[in-house]
Design a protein around this ligand. Sequence first.
Ligand SMILES: NC(=O)C1=CN([C@@H]2O[C@H](COP(=O)(O)OP(=O)(O)OC[C@H]3O[C@@H](n4cnc5c(N)ncnc54)[C@H](O)[C@@H]3O)[C@@H](O)[C@H]2O)C=CC1
Ligand SMILES: O=C(O)/C=C\C(=O)CC(=O)O
Length: 350
Amino acid sequence: MTFTYEALPMRVVFGTGSLRQLPEEADRLGLRRLLVLSTPGQRALAERAAALLGDACVGLFTEARMHVPVEVAEAARVAARDAGADGCLAIGGGSTIGLGKAIALTSGLPVISVPTTYAGSEMTTVWGLTENGRKRTGRDLAVLPRSVVYDPELTVGLPVDVSVTSGFNAIAHAVEALYAPDASPIVSLMAEEGVRSLAASLPAIAADPGDMAARTDAQRGAWLCGACLGATTMSLHHKLCHILGGTFDLPHATTHTVLLPYIAAFNLPAAPAAEQALNRALATDDVPKHLARASADLGAPRSLAELGLRERDFDEITAQAQGQPYANPRPVTAQALRFLLTQALKGSLA
Ligand SMILES: NC(=O)C1=CN([C@@H]2O[C@H](COP(=O)(O)OP(=O)(O)OC[C@H]3O[C@@H](n4cnc5c(N)ncnc54)[C@H](O)[C@@H]3O)[C@@H](O)[C@H]2O)C=CC1
Ligand SMILES: O=C(O)/C=C\C(=O)CC(=O)O
């Protein structure tokens, strides 16, 4: 066994009611002028956070959008500058945290994040920006949130369909971390446990969205899976999802959910240790089928066709996917890619 592992700085405050610790977290970082970020739909939560921060909040920017369009990033940067902000509080899902990262990328302003989905962005140095139908991603330590407050109470209102697909977005981070070129024993432990946690808690959440034990377990799983993404290189699955989101405007977490079983079917034969870990975590001997059926049983879409993708889009996807090098346990030929996309378009495993 050979590996290199370098831990990212991580401060996590976890627990029901931990939102109340926001002022302390801001104080600890010496932040006195925070701009609070959210999506339009989570404005009320942003206002609650602003009220908790009191004088340490200098304004709200509530226009976060999925895939961080550059125009939204620019407007948020202007809002931060005009308010004289010394940091941002990103309260919401990956879209809001992504906006905080976009501000940090050009200004260096520190970000505190309060995640309310299971996307895991709060644990990574990965930023993403979308311009002219193309999503660019990169890594920069400046965008990694300095403090992350996980309060499972804030996820109770996350609709079941979003909870399920967001949970599978997290599982996808763990799956790709298990066969990443920079995988390591500590990451593999987190990945297996993260998948186990989400696989157990998502059905419980679907049955009762207010089940606090399940909500807590899901957020714990999301933290572990996000940390896996933060520690490893993304492979084919994430690459394809970014193309489908950036160019075809497919919804992020749902796309991850639908595509993951087909990526697992393609990659796991070349990654036996990853397959064994997933067999244990999911209590199955057929990971691709299990993933497809588990998400479909919880009401998630089964095929990329349902999300609006068409076969005529394959040429563009293949060209983009083959245009830039990225890691993958199996070589990705155009023929293999078309086969995989055809299966996912039809939803043949679900
Ligand atoms: N850079 C990174 O490491 C990562 C980035 N991402 C990025 O994050 C974005 C997707 O993030 P998601 O979290 O999937 O979606 P999202 O942040 O767009 O949230 C989905 C919807 O749910 C609402 N919502 C969020 N939390 C809620 C709650 N607790 N109760 C009620 N409504 C709630 C939001 O307002 C939004 O309308 C994409 O742009 C993706 O690229 C995702 C994972 C990792
Ligand atoms: O695909 C993911 O879930 C992980 C990373 C991104 O979405 C990149 C981004 O911030 O846009």
